[in-house]
Design a protein around this ligand. Structure first.
Ligand SMILES: [Fe+2]
Length: 307
């Protein structure tokens, strides 16, 4: 093995940093197995010194099949590659929020990807194409560590419960998590996503499930798109959900990645929450993300569409 694996931030709770991996080594069978097992074990891997699109795609293929983002199906808009989702903030056409008196472009609240779909991708690899001079960190929280940190009475109260999710774009309309004070603008891409047929029906996912192969329990809540607890769609359920989410997203459980040139970051989307902290207006941030296919087979689509 020519590459090196280190803990992410001085703890082995979750995350790893891989340095010295070459594009050629990605083809080696032992290396692929080791990097796959590391992902399942640690949840997040920061790869240092890997730069281009082809490497991003071949690295993603270790973990599953890169596929088109479901909300980009049928969208006629040029992009770098069909399996790449472009997550960008530019001042002329971007999501801009006010949070605690500060303007943040490209802010995305805590979430896992595709919570509003019944089939959730297993992972993603993010790469910076244009990095800002200031801000632009990506935060991660581990659902396994968050579950372990919950008090026993809350663990009991959420066992067997499911959450209803539906797609929304404007983060000020979220019911749970860190909600911005004001939405200044939304990008033109958002209106296409809101109209997409794939997000017409609400879905549900379990609040807790056990990770395949390890049996570790995962707190499986994506605050941004959460609507309510199924069967507890009133104040009592919302209060329970709010209590658990507030414990889940507390700062001491989070790692914030400060992007450098030639970083790629992989996460297990069936376990990790992530967020984009945003950039000051005037900065640009252009990220490229793969969507790694999979199905944990626990999501359900609700049969009705709410209007
Ligand atoms: Fe995301």
């Amino acid at each position: 093995m020519d590459f090196k694996i280190d803990p992410l931030h001085g703890t082995d709770a979750f995350g790893a940093i891989v340095t010295g991996l070459t594009p050629a080594a990605i083809n080696d069978a032992d290396t692929r197995k080791q990097l796959y097992d590391l992902w399942i074990d640690k949840g997040v891997i920061v790869f240092k010194g890997l730069a281009d699109l082809d490497t991003q795609i071949s690295l993603s293929e270790i973990y599953g099949k890169p596929e088109i983002h479901p909300l980009l199906v049928g969208i006629d808009r040029p992009r770098e590659h069909f399996v790449i989702a472009e997550i960008e903030y530019v001042e002329e056409d971007g999501d801009l929020y006010e949070i605690d008196g500060e303007l943040r472009g490209g802010y995305l609240p805590w979430h896992f990807d595709l919570a509003y779909m019944d089939r959730i991708n297993h992972g993603g690899i993010l790469r910076g194409a244009v990095l800002p001079n200031r801000g632009g960190e990506t935060g991660f929280i581990d659902g396994i560590a968050a579950y372990d940190a919950l008090p026993d009475d809350l663990k009991q109260r959420i066992e067997g419960r499911r959450i209803i999710y539906r797609y929304l774009a404007d983060a000020t309309q979220a019911k749970f998590g860190e909600i911005p004070d004001k939405c200044i603008s939304l990008s033109s891409k958002i209106s296409l996503a809101l109209e997409h047929p794939a997000v017409k029906n609400p879905v549900t996912h379990p609040m807790v499930y056990s990770q395949k192969g390890t049996g570790r329990k995962v707190l499986n809540i994506s605050p941004w798109h959460a609507v309510s607890i199924e069967g507890m769609e009133g104040e009592e359920g919302d209060e329970l959900l709010r209590q658990v989410i507030d414990l889940m997203i507390r700062p001491e459980l989070a790692y914030y990645h400060e992007w450098q040139e030639d970083d790629m970051v992989l996460w297990d989307n069936w376990r990790m929450l992530h967020c984009a902290c945003g950039v000051p207006p005037g900065e640009q941030r252009k990220m490229r993300r793969t969507t790694i296919a999979g199905d944990y087979a626990l999501g359900r689509q609700l049969a009705f569409a709410e209007d």
